[in-house]
Write a protein that binds this ligand. Structure first.
Ligand SMILES: CC(C)(COP(=O)(O)OP(=O)(O)OC[C@H]1O[C@@H](n2cnc3c(N)ncnc32)[C@H](O)[C@@H]1OP(=O)(O)O)[C@@H](O)C(=O)NCCC(=O)NCCS
Length: 190
């Protein structure tokens, strides 16, 4: 990965207290407890957690920590007028065309595509191969599932979920889960 064209070095992985996994992953140390950040004042943070609500909780908990420049895989294609917020991760083969704005701590996964004049707000996730058309607004913390398609000029409300493979033809309210083609609200399991 690169941070704005500069190869990024991962100094360590910080996990929450109580994590029972490995102490080292591919040679990168695993540090337990968010307070470990204070020991690494030169490091900048990327929150590599998929769930938008958890990512925001962590971001709030470490609000004083420096956030990394966007982390962008070298295979990504970004138009000249694409703006990415701090802490945002862009995975392999993602594409954003023209006049696209992506907020902070967002995630654009493998092969996600964003059309012109789209806005993706903080903490939102575009899962692999999802397609966001032109003039779409994806609200804060919204999760667009794998292979979902958002038609042009549609707004996906904050903290809503678009199921895998859904085709969203009209605006989705905040905190709603939609599935299917055309996408319709569904009651998510508890
Ligand atoms: C939409 C989603 C969030 C619902 O999850 P859930 O709350 O656990 O819901 P359930 O699995 O209990 O399904 C509820 C109903 O919706 C249906 N459903 C769930 N996901 C669906 C989807 N993507 N498309 C069509 N129908 C779907 C289920 O069949 C079920 O229908 P039923 O009540 O008639 O049996 C989930 O299925 C989904 O698509 N998540 C996206 C996953 C993804 O893309 N991850 C990216 C990984 S990087």
């Amino acid at each position: 990965m690169q941070a704005l064209g500069v190869p990024a070095v991962c100094a360590g992985l910080i996990v929450e207290a109580g994590y029972a996994g490995a102490r080292e992953i591919e040679g990168v140390p695993v540090w337990e407890g968010l307070e470990q950040l204070a020991r690494h004042p030169d490091a900048a943070v990327v929150i590599a957690i998929g769930a938008p609500d958890v990512r925001r909780r962590i971001a709030d908990a470490i609000a004083d920590a420096p956030v990394a420049e966007p982390l962008v895989h070298p295979s990504v294609m970004l138009g000249r007028t694409v703006a990415l917020g701090e802490g945002t991760i862009v995975g392999p083969a993602a594409v954003a065309t023209a006049d696209v704005t992506v907020g902070r701590h967002a995630q654009l996964h493998v092969g996600a595509t964003i059309g012109h004049d789209a806005r993706i707000d903080d903490f939102a996730v575009l899962a692999p191969a999802s397609t966001v058309s032109g003039n779409v607004h994806v609200g804060e913390g919204a999760f667009v599932g794998t292979g979902a398609v958002i038609l042009p000029k549609v707004a996906v409300g904050p903290w809503s979920v678009v199921g895998a493979g859904a085709v969203v033809t009209r605006d989705v309210g905040g905190g709603v889960t939609v599935v299917g083609n055309p996408a319709r609200p569904v009651q998510p399991s508890a």
